[in-house]
Ligand binder design. Structure first.
Ligand SMILES: Cc1cc2nc3c(=O)[nH]c(=O)nc-3n(C[C@H](O)[C@H](O)[C@H](O)COP(=O)(O)OP(=O)(O)OC[C@H]3O[C@@H](n4cnc5c(N)ncnc54)[C@H](O)[C@@H]3O)c2cc1C
Length: 345
């Protein structure tokens, strides 16, 4: 009898698996590569909402937890995933600069927002109103991290690479059973794949498709991520991720010509160096109606749980809510009402 089975191995599944390992719980993971959100994400960690210059939900708490979490994971898997660099927010007007200065004065933001306006030194970028600089930000190489963790799971025979068929799950009072595997609990971490999960279909998962183009630009040599109408995120070797789009009408997995055109049009307004498009990727963010995660236990089945709704900020939210869910399940620590799925009952 295992302690847990986890269905889905993106950021949510990995975050919960790591909670289990550090607390010496036994588990198995099912993963079928049907969703791509974590694997295509930009991987940015950034506690500030750059549209309005406000702090994201529980920003400081989440950032602290996330840095501890990813640092420990680097050590455990003996690889590096954390790339720290500032984000430069391009100002569109003098008014925006003034709004930035007001935001800098707010106690929750002054740790992150640099008070000095940063003049553009990149000759390939057209930035007439300069930048605001966000500190304590960077990128997690999620693809590399998931691959390293998957390898670790395979070595310990804890990864089953197949689709989990919900109808085959037998639910008993004290355990669940799936094709001969018994566990005390099942946790669903399926991202947007949750739309096929009959146990949680009552929850208002929305989904928002995002696409990036990857460009190669030899002359740019960016040291920071740039945020204009889109992000330019440096990946190394002159490759940059450019995006992302937001589309809540299309829930197909493929990348599209229209997204590519939208991104190129936006990029060409401020990148003046020549570049080559080398790839394009798409995924669906598991967004929710009230923009808060879906955490908690099924209303009827006490051994069935959910960790989903990480939206567009899974890098920061994932480790934080995984810990909250673990403490709720193992130590009966109450969940915040705003993330608990009981709010929809
Ligand atoms: C274009 C784009 C850019 C983004 N950029 C950022 C960013 O810069 N920073 C940030 O913090 N967040 C970003 N996000 C959001 C972030 O990617 C998500 O919050 C996060 O990936 C969600 O993780 P998840 O594990 O819940 O979902 P997923 O990554 O979708 O993982 C769910 C997993 O479950 C598996 N699965 C589903 N159903 C089944 C089943 N029945 N059986 C077996 N396996 C199953 C899927 O194959 C998948 O691997 C971005 C998202 C997109 C799409």
């Amino acid at each position: 009898m295992l302690d847990y089975m986890i269905v889905g191995f993106g950021l949510a599944g990995l975050s919960f698996a790591e909670q289990l390992e550090t607390n010496k719980k036994s588990y198995i993971v099912f993963e079928d590569a049907s969703q791509k959100s974590s694997r295509v994400a930009g991987g940015l960690f950034n506690p500030v909402i750059l549209k309005r210059f406000t702090a994201a939900w529980r920003a400081t708490e989440q950032l602290d937890a996330a840095i501890l979490f990813y640092t420990a994971l680097e050590r455990k898997l003996n690889q590096s995933f954390i790339h720290k660099f500032p984000i430069l927010r391009r100002f569109n007007s003098i008014e925006e600069q003034n709004t930035w200065f007001q935001a800098c004065d707010k106690p929750i933001l002054n740790k992150f927002l640099s008070f000095d306006i940063v003049k553009n030194t990149y000759v390939g970028l057209d930035i007439p109103f300069h930048f605001g600089k966000v500190n304590h930000t960077g990128r997690i190489d999620i693809t590399k991290m998931l691959a390293a963790y998957s390898k670790h799971l395979i070595e310990h025979q804890q990864l089953i690479t197949t689709s989990f068929i919900h109808d085959k799950l037998r639910i008993e009072d004290t355990y669940v059973e799936y094709e001969g595997i018994k566990a005390k609990n099942v946790i669903f971490t399926e991202g947007f794949g949750m739309i096929n999960n009959p146990f949680f279909e009552y929850l208002p998962l929305r989904g928002n498709k995002g696409e990036y183009v990857l460009i190669k630009c030899h002359q740019l040599d960016l040291k920071e991520a740039i945020k204009s109408s889109i992000f330019i995120i440096p990946l190394g070797d002159n490759i940059y991720k450019v995006g992302a789009t937001y589309n809540n009408k299309d829930s197909t997995a493929n990348h599209t010509q229209s997204a590519k055109e939208e991104l190129i049009e936006k990029l060409d307004t401020f990148l003046k160096f020549p570049y080559e498009i080398v790839d394009q990727v798409a995924g669906i963010r598991p967004t929710t109606k009230d923009r808060k995660p879906f955490i908690g236990t099924h209303p009827e089945y006490a051994n069935m749980h959910l960790l989903n709704g990480l939206g567009s900020r899974g890098v920061l939210i994932g480790p934080y809510v995984a810990k909250k869910l673990f403490e709720y399940l193992e130590y009966q620590q109450p969940l915040d009402r705003e993330i608990d799925i009981q709010r929809f009952e």
